[in-house]
Ligand binder design. Structure first.
Ligand SMILES: Cc1cc2nc3c(=O)[nH]c(=O)nc-3n(C[C@H](O)[C@H](O)[C@H](O)COP(=O)(O)OP(=O)(O)OC[C@H]3O[C@@H](n4cnc5c(N)ncnc54)[C@H](O)[C@@H]3O)c2cc1C
Length: 396
């Protein structure tokens, strides 16, 4: 595998770097988790990239994507991490979009892809249910065909940012008598349809990022079925492969370790920088070694992808290692800043009489630590990913 950049790649890197420096809104940088942001704030960067034609680097040009090579996409991720831009939401661009252009019909492509690209349609993921998370194929939300519609009844849970969503891609059971995986279909549901109720779940970082979605006699046009009825599991798995490899976040972890090291250089223990202590520097070194190994694994996966192999079960390795590293970074940050971790990031201008205790870099570290516990659960828990590796990669 050739890991050096060509002169064209380097020119592309400079172009991307300049564009981000000149166009990324400075006031978005201090924002931490999406649960703290408004819908428009979350969409700001998306809309800027849409205007530039760069919002979907991995989509084919014929569907409005940038059509970039694997190397260009790698550079793009690196440069965004370097500039600490807000990651774009994955639900439309990385999840349902590729399902629609791979498995949808022409009318569906025409109807749904433009809204995903522009950001006008906000999508959420209706997979998990109470009792059907790891055992996703046990889902019970029922869709019954009546003429040219389905009538959908059920209860979805952990639906990220459904409070803002215009559409939900939803796994529903269309054949209760078939084997679990064989009776599932993939439906696109307009969130404004009567019978849909979204209720917030507040997570332990205090944010409203996830929800419950209740569906009562929701009438969904049959034309919103993707692919074939009862074949939804195939499309669902394709989507999960993309979701898992996207979670690894190598470039962003590199930047986060840089930040951790600068915090540990500023924090003192008995007058000496924390980063110079044996124990802390060993922990950071272990983290860096694990991240370097993960990066090579990711590059190997990307190289395989450039030869036409989509993300297979190896995506589970990226998911496990990537999320473990993300969590360890937040743990070490907490360890480095101590009590000041619990001081929240100020959201507005402070008046002359107010002050925020502790150094700026410590603010919000606890919220971030609590928020990142999710990463080993969502996209299929890490325990389940271990099972997938055992079966599909190691053949055990
Ligand atoms: C912040 C957040 C956002 C999410 N966003 C979405 C979303 O937008 N859309 C969506 O559909 N879902 C979403 N999810 C749901 C997520 O996919 C599920 O939480 C996940 O699949 C685990 O399912 P569960 O919560 O039902 O846990 P369970 O399946 O009940 O598992 C509980 C525990 O048992 C372990 N376990 C279960 N089965 C096995 C096994 N066979 N072997 C070993 N261990 C096992 C699990 O690893 C876990 O530790 C989100 C979750 C979180 C936390």
């Amino acid at each position: 595998m050739d890991m050096s950049f060509s002169p064209e790649d380097l020119a592309f890197r400079d172009e991307v770097r300049t564009f981000i420096a000149e166009n990324y809104p400075k006031d978005l940088k201090s924002r931490r988790t999406r649960g703290e942001m408004t819908k428009e704030e979350i969409l700001t960067w998306h809309r800027i990239l849409y205007k530039k034609g760069w919002v979907a680097p991995h989509w084919p040009v014929e569907y409005g994507g940038a059509g970039w090579s694997i190397t260009q996409r790698y550079i793009w991720n690196e440069e965004n991490a370097r500039a600490e831009t807000q990651p774009l939401l994955p639900f439309g661009l990385a999840m349902v979009g590729p399902v629609i252009f791979n498995y949808g019909n022409e009318a569906q492509k025409k109807r749904f892809l433009p809204g995903i690209l522009s950001g006008d349609d906000w999508w959420c993921q209706g997979y998990s249910e109470p009792g059907a998370g790891s055992d996703l194929a046990g889902l019970k939300t029922r869709a019954v065909r009546e003429g040219d519609h389905y009538i959908v009844n059920g209860h979805k849970i952990w639906t990220t940012l459904a409070q803002f969503a215009d559409w939900m891609f939803c796994l529903v059971r269309t054949d209760p008598n078939a084997k679990a995986q064989e009776g599932i279909s993939f439906l696109l549901i307009d969130m404004k349809t009567p019978g849909i109720t979204v209720r917030p779940i507040i997570t332990m970082d205090g944010a409203h990022e996830v929800n419950e979605v209740f569906l009562e006699d929701v009438k969904v046009p049959a034309e919103n079925l993707i692919g074939e009825e009862n074949k939804g599991w195939t499309y669902a798995k394709f989507l999960l492969g993309n979701e898992r490899s996207g979670i690894a976040g190598v470039s962003r972890s590199k930047k986060a370790i840089e930040r951790l090291k600068s915090i540990a250089a500023a924090e003192l223990v008995d007058g000496a920088p924390l980063i110079k202590t044996d124990e802390f520097s060993r922990k950071v070194a272990e983290l860096e070694i694990d991240l370097a190994a993960l990066e090579v694994t990711e590059l190997r996966t990307l190289a395989a992808e450039s030869r036409g192999r989509g993300p297979g079960p190896e995506a589970s390795i990226l998911k496990i290692k990537g999320t473990e590293i993300q969590q360890r970074i937040t743990e070490l940050t907490l360890e480095a800043v101590g009590n000041y971790a619990f001081v929240q990031t100020p959201t507005g201008e402070l008046s002359g009489n107010e002050f925020v205790a502790g150094p700026d870099y410590s603010h919000g570290s606890a919220q971030n630590y609590f928020n990142m516990r999710k990463t080993s659960i969502y996209g299929g828990s890490n325990e389940i990913q271990h099972n997938i590796i055992a079966k599909m990669v190691l053949g055990l």
